[in-house]
Design a protein around this ligand. Structure first.
Ligand code: NAI
Length: 409
């Protein structure tokens, strides 16, 4: 019986923008040694000539993979965005070229949660103001409104990955946790859901936002909601800049209704460190302003390196698309049968029949078959009992509406 082997050295992996060494290590450990590593972002002709040779490309946020460049990447089977966001890639076009795109949505969850906890404590102790005064040579040793966080109520808006981590950490400090989410969620520890945003705002000593930017969340904290907050409470926003109307927050700080605030995200953020940052909250000493660094820690970078490399290896080794942001998701274990064929095609009637006909005409028995479709594409995985010569893959490619075919041994 023939036995073809999966030569991983044929798979060329290109990593750009100084991706964390964890990625290289994991790829090597998984048998992928044909790696080209660049510290910088690439564009134009340089990017084009490199991507033409790549089977897998890893980028961070500064390399743009637009339709024109993706179309030239004929060998490319997957893109890894070693980042949270994926705006730098034309996701739909990548999908229509049969290229799943992976990212690391949760690698910095804990980093954000820790910053929030630090801010809760700092704001409730009045530290930002005292710190600012001390820098201006003023000794302000007063108790003022300084309180412990123990026994106080933290209101979390959006009980997803970050919100629930904040909940766990804050509860260990002795805080009472309430949360508001539009989805039904599993309460962690003693956290309690409230039935409305209004209820949460009225009883929380600190309110922290962890929702995505959507039409529903846009300016969800405006003047009306700020007025509902307890007098002397604090607001923290590390989610997205457009979720809070900061002018309303500035008003409430000026009148003393709010005791403090922390903002890490803004509707308009400077594109680079060379651009100035101007904001209405800058006049307040009792506000912590940070330049969108909630998720920026060394650990988060290391986690991102590993998380995306794992997804890329899994896809290359098994065809599993779990965690792809632009693709139908199929979870697959390593291949137990002889060969596994991955067939990506336009989602039009009859393609599956053609694929099955192909194998039956070859006299090959299919031992397992998986199919997942969306409005645009279909992804079929066929496992066979006996082996086909690798050259037969060319025949599979001739099936009308085929986008990409790959064989894994
Ligand atoms: P997630 O998707 O896990 O959780 C979001 C939660 O918000 C979900 O439970 C969802 O049901 C809920 N939600 C959505 N619309 C809502 C509404 N109208 N009212 C109440 N709840 C609503 O997201 P994750 O990972 O927890 O991230 C949360 C936010 O943090 C996102 O906006 C993300 O962009 C931001 N983020 C900020 C970072 C930073 O550096 N400051 C780093 C990472 C994420």
């Amino acid at each position: 019986m023939l036995r073809y082997s999966f030569d991983k050295d044929r798979i060329k992996v290109v990593l750009l923008e100084g991706i964390h060494e964890n990625a290289v290590r994991f790829l090597n450990e998984s048998g992928y040694n044909n790696i080209e590593y660049y510290k910088e972002a690439l564009k134009g002709d340089r990017l084009e000539s490199i991507i033409r040779q790549a089977h897998i490309i890893g980028i961070r946020s500064r390399t743009e993979l637009r339709k024109d460049i993706l179309k030239k990447a004929e060998k490319l089977i997957a893109v890894g965005c070693f980042s949270i966001g994926t705006n730098q890639v034309d996701l739909y076009d990548a999908k229509m070229l049969g290229i799943p795109v992976f990212n690391a949505p949760f690698s910095n969850t804990r980093s954000v949660a820790e910053l929030v906890i630090a801010e809760v404590i700092m704001l409730m102790r009045g530290v930002p103001e005292k710190n600012a005064l001390a820098h201006r040579k003023i000794w302000m040793k007063t108790i003022g409104n300084a309180v412990e966080v123990r026994g106080k109520t933290l209101g979390i808006i959006g009980y997803g990955h970050i919100g629930s981590q904040v909940s766990v950490l804050a509860e260990s400090l002795g805080m009472n946790i309430i949360y508001y989410d539009i989805e039904k969620k599993l309460n962690l520890g003693n956290a309690k859901p409230v039935s409305s945003l209004e209820e949460l705002l009225k009883i929380s000593d600190v309110v922290t936002l962890h929702v995505p930017s959507t039409p529903l969340t846009r300016k969800m904290i405006s003047a009306t909601q700020v007025r509902m907050m307890k007098k002397g409470s604090c607001l923290i926003n590390t989610s997205r800049g457009d979720v809070v109307d900061y002018r309303a927050v500035a008003e409430a700080l000026r009148s003393g209704h709010l005791a403090g605030a922390a903002a890490d995200v803004f509707e308009t953020e400077p594109a680079s460190n060379n651009e100035p940052f101007i904001h209405e909250l800058q006049e307040f000493d009792n506000v912590i302003l940070t330049p969108h660094i909630g998720g920026n820690t060394k650990e988060a970078q290391a986690n991102i390196g590993l998380e995306v490399a794992e997804k890329l290896v899994k896809y290359s080794d098994t065809g599993s698309t779990i965690g792809a942001v632009n693709f139908v998701e199929i979870a697959l274990m390593p291949n137990c049968s002889s060969q596994r064929f991955l067939h990506i095609h336009r989602n039009v009637p009859g393609v599956l029949r053609e694929i099955n006909n192909f194998f039956s005409l070859q006299g090959i028995n299919i031992s397992a078959e998986y199919l997942q479709t969306d409005a645009d594409i279909g992804y079929v995985i066929v496992e066979t009992e006996s082996e086909l010569d690798p050259s037969t893959i060319e025949e599979l490619k001739k099936i009308p509406h085929t986008i990409k075919v790959r064989m894994i041994y």
